[in-house]
Design a binder for this molecule. Sequence first.
Ligand SMILES: Cc1cc2nc3c(=O)[nH]c(=O)nc-3n(C[C@H](O)[C@H](O)[C@H](O)COP(=O)(O)O)c2cc1C
Length: 178
Amino acid sequence: MLNALLDRCKEEWQLALTQRKHPYRFFVLGTVANSRPELRTVVLRDFNSDSMEFTIFTDARSSKVSSLNKNETVEILFYNPEKLTQVRVQAQCVLKVEDDILFNEQALASQKDYTTNLAPGSPIDSVSSVSFLNEEHHFLKLVFQATQVEYLELKRPVHIRALFKKEKERWIGEFSTP
Ligand SMILES: Cc1cc2nc3c(=O)[nH]c(=O)nc-3n(C[C@H](O)[C@H](O)[C@H](O)COP(=O)(O)O)c2cc1C
């Protein structure tokens, strides 16, 4: 049953890539900046079940990138409100890459997200003051590789909690008290 839990998580992450309403399509990414946790919602863009890698896209000028440059350790949180399931993933940022080909594959509306004139978070007078670059972009692909997965499912008569750790390229799991 333990292995089935991790396998189910992997299946859900795969499904989230194509099902727009899947609860794992959006997840919370936690980084650390000067010993302070920073959380934000991001979109799951790719998942590799062999390497246990999660991919997101972002603006290279965003605060999360500066934080990752100093500390590559992250925590990733998935939550399914219907199944009352929470999956917490400890991971390392293993890749930060500017990818022109991937950028050009994105829908035009999505491309705009990475082409604001000012860096994300810069103060502006009003929402209509946002202006965009013409040629340049700041699209960045980030890849996070999991080192630990904690699964929690609230259900009666007993909740299910299990911890999976990567040890010498193998994932070892154990149940824990919920
Ligand atoms: C539904 C939703 C999806 C989002 N998806 C992304 C995303 O995929 N990538 C991203 O960089 N920011 C995404 N954001 C914005 C981030 O939550 C965050 O505000 C932004 O990246 C700036 O964060 P930072 O200053 O910590 O870098 C999303 C926000 C929402 C509400």
